[in-house]
Design a protein around this ligand. Structure first.
Ligand SMILES: NC(=O)c1ccc[n+]([C@@H]2O[C@H](COP(=O)([O-])OP(=O)(O)OC[C@H]3O[C@@H](n4cnc5c(N)ncnc54)[C@H](O)[C@@H]3O)[C@@H](O)[C@H]2O)c1
Ligand SMILES: CC(C)[C@H](C(=O)O)[C@@H](O)C(=O)O
Ligand SMILES: [Mg+2]
Length: 363
């Protein structure tokens, strides 16, 4: 197949991990006979420096025309003045809104070789396989903001329609997994959460084969650490999902490991590792690229519908996690490019005839 992929490397370690993900996608294309065309555009702090805007119109236009968009990370201390009028993160939020990608899928699995990096004991790490479905285009991130000398507000608003569409997505995903949805809210305090809970409860009636439970976000933060294998699909609002998934990454062993796919009703998906621009390690060539590479696998699966190719990349990453090399966040010495090359070389070990044929209908 032929696909056009827009890359938005962004700031800090963003370009370093994007380079690795693109190299893996190119290696997949070479081996399976697909043609992927890449086009890079500016977003975030580097776009502010170049154009004054965190999401230049030319970047957004290119993203809307693409088959899929891959983003590294945005932000950093250079653009973090609390009084700044424009911020890199605004570019990312505007992009998510413009693409209408309301469902942010963040899968968590724990590789057995990384058990010692997790705060959990071995027994509790067994069978951890959680899919977070984070609402991505509503809530406090997108409500009205006010600021005076001595006060500030961020409105948190959700409409029924916004809750319904992400809930449907979560239940559909649960049907193909272990038929269990946990909806996380703060319904004991927040009106938006009470609307969330009643809407999720109503939608659940359309999916009698899927079990629903509700959990308050504060206790969920604890349960995620103490009983992670209890959870299958976890659906929650924007801010809670942001926080819980960084916590989830700690269970996996490093923030550098978790991927994400942001999907909407339209064709274009946005793919990014869940970590940020990691200013403390940027430019050193030591960022862990595996979250970015796994995001590329999600791109293959969800936007290009190349399931065999996606599974092959995931198997290659799993092989690297079993055998090494490991990056600094996992107590190794491997650089970002060494990890990238190790994954590409592992592709050849795990490749199946179906992968090598791609859509060329060989044999
Ligand atoms: N999607 C995004 O673009 C995104 C996501 C989160 C944060 N940010 C932005 O990134 C900037 C820095 O935020 P932060 O420091 O709170 O979070 P961060 O995720 O950038 O870093 C947190 C910690 O995790 C480490 N880390 C992150 N990614 C890593 C990787 N791939 N390999 C190894 N270690 C890694 C960092 O070195 C740091 O110690 C902020 O401007 C924030 O807004 C952007
Ligand atoms: C950079 C920031 C706007 C972003 C978010 O909060 O959504 C990030 O933390 C993430 O998890 O993708
Ligand atoms: Mg985050």
């Amino acid at each position: 197949m032929k696909a056009r992929i827009v890359t938005l490397p962004g700031d800090g370690v963003g370009p370093e991990v994007t380079d690795a993900a693109v190299a893996v996608l190119k290696a997949v294309a070479e081996r399976s006979g697909h043609t992927f065309e890449f086009e890079s555009h500016a977003i975030g702090g580097c776009a502010i420096d170049a154009t004054g805007q965190p999401l230049p119109a030319s970047t957004l236009e290119a993203c809307k025309k693409a088959d899929a968009v891959f983003l590294g990370a945005v932000g950093g201390p250079k653009w973090s003045d609390p009084h700044a009028k424009v911020r890199p993160e605004q570019g990312l939020l505007a992009l998510r809104a413009a693409l209408g990608v309301f469902a942010n899928l963040r899968p968590l699995q724990v590789h057995p070789a990384l058990a010692s990096f997790s705060p959990l004991k071995n027994e509790k790490l067994k069978n951890v396989d959680v899919l977070f479905v984070r609402e991505l285009t509503g809530g406090a991130y997108f409500g009205a903001k006010t600021r005076t000398e001595d006060a500030a507000t961020d409105e948190c608003k959700y409409t029924v329609a916004e809750i319904e569409r992400v809930t449907h997505r979560a239940f559909e995903l649960a049907r193909d997994r272990r038929q269990h949805v946990t909806s996380v809210d703060k319904a004991n305090v927040l009106e938006t959460s009470r609307l969330w809970r009643s809407t999720v409860q109503r939608i659940a009636a359309d999916y009698p084969d899927v079990k629903l439970e509700h959990q308050l976000v504060d206790s969920m933060a604890m349960l995620l650490l103490t009983q992670p294998s209890r959870y299958d699909v976890v659906v929650t609002e924007n801010l809670f999902g942001d926080i819980l998934t960084d916590e989830a990454a700690a269970l996996a062993g490093s923030l550098g490991l978790l991927p994400s796919a942001s999907l909407g009703a339209g064709k274009v998906g946005l793919y990014e590792p869940i970590h940020g621009s990691a200013p403390d390690i940027a430019g050193k060539g030591i960022a862990n690229p595996l979250g970015a590479i796994l995001s590329a696998a999600l791109l293959l699966r969800h936007s290009l519908e190349l399931e065999i190719e996606a599974t092959t990349v995931e198997a290659a990453v799993a092989q690297v996690l079993s055998n090494g090399p490991y990056s600094r966040d996992l107590s190794g010495n491997a650089t970002t490019t060494q990890l990238r090359d190790a994954v590409i070389s592992a592709l050849d070990d795990v490749a199946t005839p179906a992968f090598l044929c791609g859509l060329r209908a060989c044999g």
